[in-house]
Design a protein around this ligand. Structure first.
Ligand SMILES: *[C@@H]1O[C@H](CO)[C@@H](O)[C@H](O)[C@H]1NC(C)=O
Ligand SMILES: *[C@@H]1O[C@H](CO)[C@@H](O)[C@H](O)[C@H]1NC(C)=O
Ligand SMILES: *[C@@H]1O[C@H](CO)[C@@H](O)[C@H](O)[C@H]1NC(C)=O
Ligand SMILES: *[C@@H]1O[C@H](CO)[C@@H](O)[C@H](O)[C@H]1NC(C)=O
Ligand SMILES: *[C@@H]1O[C@H](CO)[C@@H](O)[C@H](O)[C@H]1NC(C)=O
Ligand SMILES: *[C@@H]1O[C@H](CO)[C@@H](O)[C@H](O)[C@H]1NC(C)=O
Length: 571
């Protein structure tokens, strides 16, 4: 029986890959009608059309699944369905049929975001938001048609739908995005739903014995009168010792709980102690605290969702990266939106923040490499990293500084890093910085995106600023060139300053201080495309510094292919 099952599986995959070839050719033909300099090579994208939030990521029977908000009919938001893709390594993907389409009264105006929960018996379920006939938001349940199928190709919506409708006092247009559920000490399921009350953010908490009938608890899991409506809440434990991830229902010593919510184009998170008996959540530092707000990423990164990968004992984070060009550009390209590189996420050693790093499988795509060690970079100089494909690359660099006492003085303690990066952009020279990378640069440097650092002195300590400056990323006037910034909580007297940047045609995804701060940018160069793109290290501070090490790799294209065997129609 075992062997027979294996044989059938093999035959199935052979069939899949024959289809894949054909579909890949077809997609190539469809997109090659327009030139596609902004199409990415190793970030996940469907072959065309609109994509936004990642939904219901999970690992099931040896297969990674990602679902996503998808418009099957166009490059702009609309007709929202759940696209579905599978992978064996989180890097190469096969796009399957659409998993959920809006075709029932309770989701006819859209199958909005939601999450997957894996039951103790190993079987998954999806909770998602539907926009009903009145465009009211309700919560729905769906199960796999065949739990023996590791690809989970077909999903069946529950006959009990909608299982939750907006409670009294809650606006029916502000009630969405159920989280992955977790089980409390009493054996009952919990789930949170993003909402608002008096225009303030709210995570409504529900409990259930059977996952089908849910009761709202007397108080929400958390709320804030300093924010607007919360979207896409994610609530999960992290270990206080080590990088291993934990199952969403894990109850044990030495953990903290993360609450992430999405608002105002960013994903903010807080840390705290959750009591699985009383459901009380005691936060360390709340949202919008005067001491600063923690974000997963300080650039373009929204509506993220994490899942526990039991196979590799890690928590993996996905996020939607939107476009910074116009709707007419998107219609011309035929697509809009991509997903971040999946990131491992864990608690920092001091327990004050999360740390993120691209999943290690990404290294499989690295090919041609250049490497330098202990290279001096004088103030006001730059040098080119040649020998790799600069439009499709992975770069890791570590800087070591001396003469820190020469650093500029930072007068105020509470300064918005984004404002600081905007005032002191890459072309403003300083003392310790700006230094970093110029990516997607044209030969004459008229176009470039600068990912860089500056070190400031304040009283008895130092502050390390990380910036991503898109101001000169494109000769095109009309694209968004917002500058992003973050502080790196590290002490440059004792630690080197590292940067890893993933460059993929129109995306620049950067990890500073070994993942202490992340900044993702979208850029649309006119000159610095394909083979024309160049890569440099620069130092426009007055102090010289040492590049302790620099490794840069050309990246292979990931295999992302589509097999659409059933064309479903929206009623
Ligand atoms: C939604 O789908 C219909 C076809 O069913 C199409 O005519 C319409 O343009 C689509 N809307 C958007 C915004 O893509
Ligand atoms: C369920 O999936 C398994 C594994 O792919 C397959 O062998 C079986 O035929 C499927 N059952 C049905 C009813 O489709
Ligand atoms: C806002 O919330 C905080 C903490 O929950 C509370 O102490 C404060 O009174 C609230 N402020 C207003 C204006 O409601
Ligand atoms: C950089 O900042 C300086 C000073 O704030 C400003 O004068 C200059 O226009 C900025 N340069 C760019 C390219 O934005
Ligand atoms: C570095 O400084 C030089 C000289 O002031 C300037 O021409 C150049 O644009 C600066 N580099 C960046 C990345 O702004
Ligand atoms: C550019 O994008 C950012 C989000 O990254 C947004 O906050 C800002 O409003 C946009 N700017 C313009 C001019 O559209």
């Amino acid at each position: 029986m075992e062997f027979f099952g294996f044989l059938v599986l093999c035959l199935c995959y052979m069939l899949v890959f024959i289809r894949v070839e054909v579909a890949a050719l077809r997609n190539h033909a469809a997109l090659s009608e327009v030139s596609q300099p902004y199409r990415t090579a190793f970030h996940f994208q469907p072959s065309k059309n609109w994509m936004n939030d990642p939904n219901g990521p999970m690992y099931y029977k040896g297969v990674y699944h990602i679902f996503y908000q998808y418009n099957p009919y166009g490059a702009l938001w609309g007709n929202i369905s759940w696209g579905h893709a599978i992978s064996y390594d989180l890097i190469n993907w096969v796009n399957l049929d659409i998993a959920l389409i809006p075709n029932e009264p309770y989701d006819i105006n859209g199958c909005f975001s939601g999450s997957a929960t894996i039951f103790p018996n190993g079987e998954p379920a999806i909770l998602y938001t539907g926009a009903d006939t009145n465009k009211h938001q309700v919560q729905n349940l769906a199960f796999p048609k065949n739990v023996s199928d590791p690809l989970l190709t077909e999903w069946v919506k529950s006959s009990l739908n909608p299982i939750l409708s907006p409670p009294e006092g809650i606006d029916a247009m502000s009630y969405r995005d159920p989280s992955t559920a977790w089980m409390g000490q009493d054996g009952q399921w919990r789930v949170v739903i993003g909402s608002e009350l008096d225009h303030h953010g709210l995570a409504i908490l529900y409990k259930s014995k059977d996952f089908r009938h849910w009761i709202r608890t007397s108080s929400p899991l958390h709320s804030s009168n300093k924010t607007i409506m919360w979207e896409c809440p994610d609530f999960y434990p992290v270990s206080t010792n080590g990088k291993n991830g934990l199952d969403t229902s894990a109850i044990q010593k030495n953990i903290k709980h993360v609450l992430k919510v999405s608002f105002k184009t960013h994903d903010y998170y807080i840390l705290g102690k959750y009591d699985p008996k009383s459901d009380k959540y005691d936060v360390d530092i709340d949202f919008m605290d005067s001491r600063g707000s923690l974000q997963y990423d300080y650039g373009r990164f929204y509506a993220s969702k994490s899942f526990y990968d039991g196979h590799k004992k890690r928590r993996v984070l996905w996020s939607w990266i939107n476009e910074g060009d116009s709707e007419s550009d998107d219609n011309k390209k035929g697509w809009s939106g991509l997903q971040s590189i999946p990131r491992s996420i864990w608690l920092s050693e001091n327990g004050d923040q999360l740390v993120q790093w691209p999943v290690k499988e990404l290294k499989k795509l690295r090919k041609r490499k250049v490497h330098y060690k202990n290279k001096e970079l004088k103030g006001g100089s730059l040098f080119q990293i040649s020998g790799i494909t600069a439009s499709q690359a992975d770069v890791e660099i570590t800087f070591s500084l001396s003469n820190l006492n020469e650093a500029e003085v930072l007068t105020s303690d509470v300064i918005d890093p984004q404002i600081l990066c905007t005032q002191k952009n890459a072309s403003v020279s300083g003392s310790q910085g700006p230094f970093g990378l110029l990516v997607l640069a044209s030969k004459d440097l008229t176009e470039h995106t600068a990912v860089f650092f500056r070190v400031f002195r304040s009283a008895n300590s130092f502050r390390v600023l990380m910036c991503s400056d898109q101001k000169r990323s494109s000769l095109r006037q009309e694209v968004n060139k917002t500058i992003y910034g973050a502080f790196l909580v590290l002490d440059p007297r004792h630690e080197k300053i590292s940067l890893r940047t993933l460059i993929d045609h129109s995306i620049v995804e950067s990890f500073g201080g070994d993942g202490l701060a992340c900044i993702t940018a979208r850029v649309y160069p006119k000159l610095a495309i394909e083979e024309q793109a160049q890569l440099y290290v620069f130092n426009n501070g007055s102090q010289s510094l040492i590049i302790s090490s620099l490794s840069a790799w050309s990246m292979k294209k990931a295999q992302i292919v589509s097999i659409g065997k059933r064309r479903k129609h929206i009623k």
